[in-house]
Design a protein around this ligand. Structure first.
Ligand code: MLC
Ligand code: AMP
Length: 523
């Protein structure tokens, strides 16, 4: 598991908020966040309002490690709730706003949170699910500075001393699905998150005067940790966009220096004629990750803006693992950001490629990527056996990604051992969607495969076999799925076929389906 090195001072508080707070600028009246709703927040406001929320959480006297499950629209107050949860020594559990009731029932039932915060709109059904999960406190938070969370916190003290946390004490749980079965909660500690944030601050050379455009959702690693920790740990202002809109991003680029996005965001920005060298001339760094960045996107970005996108690789269980160099990386004597690679293991991260027999492979040989480091998680929530399965006997985490390391040390991801589709940076697990489809009337069996898509990189295509004599309508199947699961998981196309291709062992040959439909959305 994670390789956290103990601080020699036994009184040192490893609470992540303490480290972030220590990096705030001296002038607390300066603007920390400029939001697209016209509101600005000073550093003092971040500190004081998160203190009020932390005092509210502390007043509940929940046991250490209690979960605070949050499914709300993106807002600065939602980020403050994250900071407050850290301060109070509780565990932040962010949930995608696209999740519907069956998905939420599973997460709340599995995590048994002490507090649930939801949008006012969803309160009636979320309250029922939370009560069924044994949660005593259900609050609301809207994206217009209203909700019962803020009502309850408003009168409380604006001072709060962060709870003393150890490096391995949990700070957050992120649900992720892995290869099979239901979602698993990846447990991340204060030490995991801080070590990764400190490493990135150095490796990407965060500088005085940097301004980050924050355009990603805040319920996943990329938007919640990489972006927010990066800015806060550098005392840097954030331009806070509630939703990604390429036209809006363009208007902010001249005032910013750092942008982070999944590849779809870069593809959509390239679709804007206003993306030029002039508009990006103040920018220092464009970071891409969460899904493969196509070489053509990388090159087109270079041509249009003169900037070279820095691609990095990570996951929920580990935070960031590798990165192309920002500047010269003395370990490799390389400074080049290379398309189609995810760069070098970050300082402190051990990365190797092994075959199925546990043999470490040589340069350019393809196998499973395994990692070790202070950023690697504490295990899956209440799943010790599953956790044990995902680690090697010498403590490396098996990422489920397939790749190789080339002679210059660059890591290349060539595929995934896990059956996973990454669509616009969101993960879709075929097994989950297939089980919904298999339960539909008239369906005998089904398969979901990922195929290339010009906007989302990859999207799901469903193939369904009807029971003898049954009539199954593809459109109806899609409509039903839309009412059951988060919208990004719904296949973009569905075909009803007489049979699925199988090999001699009877296993569905998904590679043949992927081949058959590979040009469905592009030439
Ligand atoms: C939306 N839709 C998607 C989708 N997003 N379908 C597939 N994949 C997606 N990612 C659906 C919508 O519901 C809609 O369906 C239709 O597609 C068109 O939607 P849209 O209006 O174009 O979508 P939009 O709201 O603009 O969202 C697109 C997006 C968003 C790219 C901005 O998906 C996004 O923010 N992605 C970023 C995800 C992210 O942050 N990942 C980081 C994970 S961390 P309909 O039926 O209503 O028409 C991680 C670790 C790491 O992986 O390494 O960082
Ligand atoms: P998640 O568990 O949702 O955090 O998704 C993590 C997965 O996203 C990784 O295991 C990879 O498969 C994929 N991923 C992240 N960054 C990259 C990248 N730069 N290139 C290719 N795949 C990536």
């Amino acid at each position: 598991m994670s390789q956290l090195v103990d601080n020699p001072n036994p009184n040192h508080n490893h609470n992540l908020y303490s480290a972030l707070r220590a990096a705030f600028p001296d002038d607390l009246t300066a603007i920390a966040v400029e939001a697209d709703n016209g509101q600005s927040y000073t550093w003092a406001a971040l500190d004081e309002q998160s203190a009020q929320m932390a005092n509210l959480l502390t007043s509940l006297n929940l046991p250490a490690g209690a979960r605070v499950a949050v499914q709300v629209e993106k807002s600065v107050e939602a980020m403050m709730l994250y900071l407050a949860t850290l301060r109070a020594g509780l565990v932040f559990l962010p949930l995608n706003t696209a999740y519907q009731s069956a998905e939420m029932a599973y997460f709340l039932g599995n995590a048994a949170p002490g507090v649930v915060v939801c949008t006012p709109k969803n309160l009636p059904w979320i309250r029922e699910l939370a009560q069924a999960a044994g949660t005593q406190h259900v609050w609301t938070l809207d994206d217009n500075q209203s909700g019962t969370l803020l009502d309850l916190a408003r009168g409380l003290s604006k001072q709060h001393t962060p709870v003393v946390s150890g490096q391995q004490d949990l700070a957050a749980i992120l649900y992720t699905s892995g290869t099979t079965g239901r979602s698993k909660g990846a447990m991340l500690s204060h030490g995991n998150l801080l070590s990764n944030a400190q490493t990135l601050k150095k490796y990407w050379d965060w500088q005085k005067g940097d301004v980050l455009i924050h355009a990603l959702p805040i319920f996943h690693v990329h938007g919640l940790f990489v972006a927010i920790h990066g800015a806060l740990l550098n005392g840097s202002k954030m331009i806070w966009l509630s939703k990604f809109d390429p036209k809006v991003v363009l208007t902010h680029l001249p005032k910013a220096t750092v942008f982070m996005g999944v590849p779809t965001l870069y593809v959509r920005l390239l679709g804007e004629p206003g993306l030029t060298r002039e508009v990006t001339q103040n920018m220092r760094l464009f970071v891409a990750g969460s899904a493969p960045l196509l070489t053509e996107t990388f090159k087109e970005w270079q041509d249009r803006t003169g900037h070279t996108i820095l691609e990095r690789y990570g996951m929920s269980e580990t935070g960031m693992l590798t990165s192309n160099p920002y500047a010269l990386d003395a370990r490799y004597a390389e400074a080049e950001r290379r398309a189609g690679t995810v760069g070098f293991p970050l300082p402190g991260v051990l990365l190797r490629v092994q075959d199925d027999e546990g043999k470490t492979l040589a340069i350019d040989e393809v196998g499973g990527i395994q990692v070790k480091g202070p950023n690697v998680f504490q295990g899956y929530w209440r799943m010790p056996e599953k956790t044990a399965e995902e680690f090697t006997s010498d403590g490396y985490f098996k990422t489920g990604d397939v790749g190789k390391i080339d002679a210059r040390g660059y890591v290349q991801i060539v595929g995934r051992a896990k059956d996973l589709i990454i669509s616009g940076g969101y993960n879709v697990y075929p097994a989950e969607i297939e089980s919904y489809m298999n339960d539909m009337p008239g369906v005998a069996e089904s398969a979901l495969v990922g195929v290339p898509h010009p906007d989302f990189g990859e999207v799901g295509v469903a193939v369904v076999i009807a029971k003898p004599g049954a009539q199954v309508e593809a459109d109806q199947l899609i409509t039903t799925l839309k009412s059951q699961v988060a919208n990004f998981k719904v296949p973009k196309k569905c075909f009803v076929l007489p049979e699925l291709p199988r090999n001699a062992m009877g296993k569905v040959q998904k590679n043949l389906l992927r081949e058959q439909y590979k040009n469905l959305f592009q030439k």
